[in-house]
Design a binder for this molecule. Sequence first.
Ligand SMILES: [Ca+2]
Ligand SMILES: [Ca+2]
Length: 280
Amino acid sequence: MKKTNSVVALLSCAFLIGSLHGQVSITSENPTYEQDFQSLVINQLQTPWVDNSTLPGWTVTSSNAVANGNYRAGFAGTSSSATLGDSSSGDFIKSLQINGPSGLDGDTRFGNRTGSAPGNVFFTLELINNTGSEVSEFSLGYEAAQFLARGENGLLEVSYSFNNVDFTTIDGSGGLGGTSSMSYTPLGSPSSNLILNYAQINESIESFSSTISGASWGDSTSLYIQFAFWRDVPGGSTGNSPVLSIDDVTFAIPESNAFSLAGGILCVVLVGVRRLRNRA
Ligand SMILES: [Ca+2]
Ligand SMILES: [Ca+2]
């Protein structure tokens, strides 16, 4: 009986501490997640993109279900880049840097080009709740930037879901049309492709943060954070949308919401005590 209890306790602790491979585990010891996209390759040739591997926890989908096999670097600023405007299949995912007065700024951003090939584009991050308890509150932040403007407006919208289907727009009545305070609306729309110059890109950069409360993120279940790049927004025309990007994505749950570190340590101690008793 004692041995059974010990095994159960040990398994519970292992489960609390453990994480699932390739996915992002949120634990009481590590209740935060940050992604600066610096691991993405900056190369204007095609670099393979693998869902949940190139960036663990991240998948890329499109409304036209176009294959997402590659991504390609694009730069904007004092010089132009042909690939920046390429929305063809396999190249619609972008790793982006700003080309400033002294060259590339070294700050990689994760973006895409919506358009007739992919349609709308969705970046989705999957987080696993390994805190040992239900989470009712979390905060989210990110930074948006625009690299290419076009005759249509486009929209970047942020939402969350517990089943990867029914997404709720964060912090606002939202919906397609951009009334949420977490939505990014690009700069004005010139009549033709325009790779933004250095000053325009810097002007386009905007930071967002929000705290979501009243959620019910069950223990050992997934939370999906989705960045939706809409191409056909109400009032806008159908066509290629601006090249938009995200960077410095941050996620955190308040400490009061997480299974406490003290609880985790107590768990380990209990297993140790039970082991000693079983030996005796
Ligand atoms: Ca940055
Ligand atoms: Ca970055």
